[in-house]
Design a protein around this ligand. Structure first.
Ligand SMILES: [Zn+2]
Length: 211
C-alpha cells in the first residue's frame, strides 16, 4: 500500500549506515515477488539488497546470516526485515526476532498492519507489540476522500475483491488503494452476531415482557 513504509525503511537503513556507521543486513520473505529477487524497492525506486528467507519457516535466516558474517569478517549490528506481514503468525518469525534480540542484534522491521479484509496481517501486530514506543505507524490517505486510510482496498479487474479471496495473492493482477472506513468495500464480509445467519443472532429474545 502507498504508505511509504519501504521508503522509510530504506531511509532509516541508509542513515544508520552512513551516519551511525552500523553494519546492516536486510531480509525479506520469499513470497514477495514485486520487488524482484534479492531486492527491496520503494515506489519511488530506491532499493537495497535483501536476502530472501522462507515466509513459513524463516529460521533459514541463521545459515545465511553466518555466511554473510564470515564473508564480511565481522558481525552485523542490525537485522532489517521488509514485508513483515508475509510471515504468518505461526511461522516462528516472532520467536526468531526475540532470538536475534537476545543474540545482541538490533532489529528493524516494516510491514502492513491490516490485510485486504481489514484484519491483522501476519506478524506485523506481534512485532509492533515488541517494538512498543519505537513503533511508528505510517499514514495513508483514502483515494476517494483524502481522509486517513487504514485499509488496503484490493481491486481485481476494477472490482473490490471478495472477502473469501486468499489473503496473499502472488503475482496476481490485483492492485491496492488506501481506503478509509467509509470507502473500504468488502463484498461477502459478515460480522458474527449481526448477520442473521449467525447462531448468535437468535440467542436473545427480541422483546422482554415485564411479568
Ligand atoms: Zn474515504
Amino acid at each position: 500500500m502507498a504508505s511509504g513504509k519501504t521508503r522509510h525503511l530504506l531511509t532509516e537503513i541508509e542513515t544508520l549506515r552512513r551516519y551511525g556507521n552500523k553494519k546492516i543486513v536486510v531480509f525479506k520473505p520469499r513470497t514477495d515477488t514485486r520487488s524482484g529477487m534479492n531486492t527491496i524497492r520503494s515506489r519511488r525506486g530506491d532499493e537495497d539488497l535483501a536476502e530472501e528467507v522462507s515466509a513459513t519457516d524463516p529460521s533459514d535466516l541463521w545459515p545465511i546470516l553466518s555466511a554473510r558474517e564470515s564473508e564480511a569478517g565481522s558481525k552485523f549490528e542490525i537485522i532489517a526485515f521488509d514485508e513483515v506481514q508475509f510471515f504468518p503468525r505461526n511461522s516462528g518469525f516472532f520467536q526468531l526476532v526475540k532470538h536475534l534480540l537476545e543474540q545482541g542484534y538490533d532489529v528493524l522491521g516494516a510491514g502492513l498492519a491490516f490485510d485486504f479484509r481489514g484484519e491483522p496481517f501476519g506478524s506485523t501486530p506481534d512485532l509492533a507489540m515488541l517494538a512498543e514506543d519505537r513503533c511508528m505507524w505510517m499514514t495513508s490517505y483514502c483515494t476517494r476522500c483524502g481522509q486517513r486510510a487504514l485499509y488496503p482496498q484490493r481491486i481485481i479487474n476494477g472490482e473490490p475483491a471478495h472477502y473469501n479471496s486468499p489473503q496473499i495473492l502472488v503475482g496476481g493482477d490485483e492492485t491496492y488503494e488506501p481506503r478509509c472506513d467509509e470507502h473500504f468495500i468488502l463484498p461477502g464480509r459478515h460480522y458474527p452476531g449481526v448477520d442473521e445467519a449467525s447462531p448468535q443472532g437468535s440467542i436473545w429474545p427480541l422483546t422482554v415482557e415485564a411479568s
